[in-house]
Design a protein around this ligand. Structure first.
Ligand SMILES: Cc1cc2nc3c(=O)[nH]c(=O)nc-3n(C[C@H](O)[C@H](O)[C@H](O)COP(=O)(O)OP(=O)(O)OC[C@H]3O[C@@H](n4cnc5c(N)ncnc54)[C@H](O)[C@@H]3O)c2cc1C
Length: 430
């Protein structure tokens, strides 16, 4: 008697979400094919800044224990990749939130210190203690900080490529330069996909992991995932001899984040973001919006130079990387079975934090597909079926429905610009 044929899974999209799902499914015995319209890890994943931390422990107030478990799964996964010899630029630097004013200590740091999910070793820091941890930071520029020592930094593009290599090593077939144009369904069940070259790629199950382009593939189901797509930008300076830094985040400055990158800095904030719905721009895999870059450079050059004076000579020439992220209506990821079609699954709605949550979401989806449950998280929080099939009229309506901001963030947003003009959250989800 021959062994039963292993179930086959077709995954659309070789970003972090699709590749993480592929790895976990292959480990569970599935034969997996990933179809990618461009190159593996070449779209939004290539633009990621690579902060991985426990955001549910005080930063993202709409998240709870379940997101914390996903975040811990991400930390463990990347540490495992690093230990297995994959070069993903991993650094155990911790994440540090800075306050530039006493008010920001009250508004932004104390909620961390008092948060029920706060890790044991997370703590408030004085300005002097912070400057000792952050070489090059001017202690006069801040009044205090809060540290999550367990956070890490990785290179998101390198991690994406490492995941592709790992997936291949686990037996996954990744087929690049193969756009998928349609889902194939028979008798109320997904049976495969159709490529732009009219090839039918059949499988027992189909996973849509096409990032901010996932809704283009839902025509067969009459479902539209409720996410609002956003161009997100970051700037990278030339090297100027900077050593390792913890990841820095400054919520009061439109969610400014800063990290060291190859001896220079990479950074960004809400000024370099815009919802696609604002101008109805095309959702290019790698967007090119020099106006957003210029606005962000002009806004951030003096701020970054004041915080880290050694960066002053290089900030004006910082170069930009942009990507398209998808914010969901309830700020939770969308991962699980699609109610309208048996055998169809989705993992999308990255909320600009897919580097962190991708490995855990991939594990969760693989467990759901193979065993029907995933006890390490509350999978119902991410079920596509928590929304009706067409819950919002358009992406602007999705953005408007996002959870109410904390009062302090609402004040900050009103004083700046992003939320009201573009319908975006001014802070990033990372
Ligand atoms: C500036 C910036 C900074 C960020 N920083 C961080 C951070 O510090 N920490 C963090 O956790 N997250 C961060 N993120 C978010 C993170 O990069 C994303 O959440 C993550 O990469 C999303 O992965 P994905 O697989 O969903 O999407 P993608 O990487 O876009 O993957 C989707 C893939 O599907 C393919 N595809 C689409 N349509 C089709 C089709 N029809 N047929 C075949 N293939 C298709 C695309 O080509 C693409 O490769 C950042 C994002 C940006 C833009």
């Amino acid at each position: 008697m021959t062994d039963p044929r292993p179930a086959t899974t077709v995954i659309v999209g070789a970003g972090l979400f699709g590749l993480a799902t592929a790895v976990h499914l292959a480990r569970a015995g599935r034969r997996v094919t990933v179809l990618e319209s461009g190159t593996a890890a070449g779209a939004t994943t290539a633009a990621g800044a690579g902060f991985v931390g426990l955001w549910a422990a005080g930063y993202a107030w709409y998240w709870d224990e379940s997101e914390l478990a996903l975040e811990q799964a991400g930390l463990d996964f990347y540490r495992g990749l690093d230990a297995a010899g994959y070069d993903i630029g991993l650094r155990n630097t911790g994440n540090v939130w800075l306050a530039l004013t006493e008010q920001a200590v009250l508004d932004h740091l104390l909620p961390f210190a008092e948060h029920p999910l706060r890790p044991e070793d997370a703590r408030l820091l004085t300005a002097v203690e912070t400057a000792e941890l952050v070489p090059g930071l001017d202690p006069e520029a801040i009044v205090g900080a809060f540290i999550h020592p367990d956070g890490i930094q990785i290179s998101a593009p390198d991690a994406g490529l490492a995941l592709a290599a790992l997936a291949r090593a686990e037996g996954v077939e990744i087929v690049e330069h193969t756009p998928v144009v349609d889902l194939l369904a028979e008798g109320g069940r997904a049976v495969g996909v159709l490529t732009a070259a009219s090839e039918r790629v059949l499988g027992d199950e189909v996973v849509l992991a096409a990032g901010s382009w996932t809704n283009e593939l839902f025509a067969a189901t009459d479902r539209v995932l409720p996410f609002a797509r956003v161009i997100a930008s970051r700037l990278t300076t030339a090297p100027f001899g900077l050593g390792e830094l913890p990841t820095l985040m400054i919520p009061e400055l439109d969610g400014l984040w800063i990290r060291e990158h190859l001896g220079g800095l990479t950074y960004g904030n809400g000024v370099g973001y815009e919802a696609l719905a604002v101008r109805d721009s095309p959702a290019d895999r790698r967007p090119d919006r020099p106006d957003l870059v210029e606005a962000m450079r002009e806004h951030l050059s003096p701020i970054v130079s004041e915080l880290i004076p050694a960066a002053a000579p290089v900030v004006d020439d910082a170069e930009a990387v942009q990507g398209i992220v998808s914010y969901t209506a309830d700020r939770r990821f969308i991962a699980g079975p699609v109610p309208e079609l048996d055998g169809l699954y989705v993992v999308a709605g990255d909320n600009e934090s897919g580097v962190t949550h991708g490995p855990g979401l991939g594990r969760m989806l693989a467990e759901l597909m193979v065993t029907g449950e995933s006890p390490f998280v509350d999978a119902s929080r991410y079920a596509p079926g928590r929304f009706p099939s067409r819950p919002f009229a358009d992406e602007a309506a999705v953005a408007a429905a996002m959870p109410a901001r904390r009062a302090v963030d609402a004040r900050a947003a009103a004083a700046t610009r992003v939320t009201t003009e573009s319908g975006l959250p001014a802070e990033s989800g990372r």
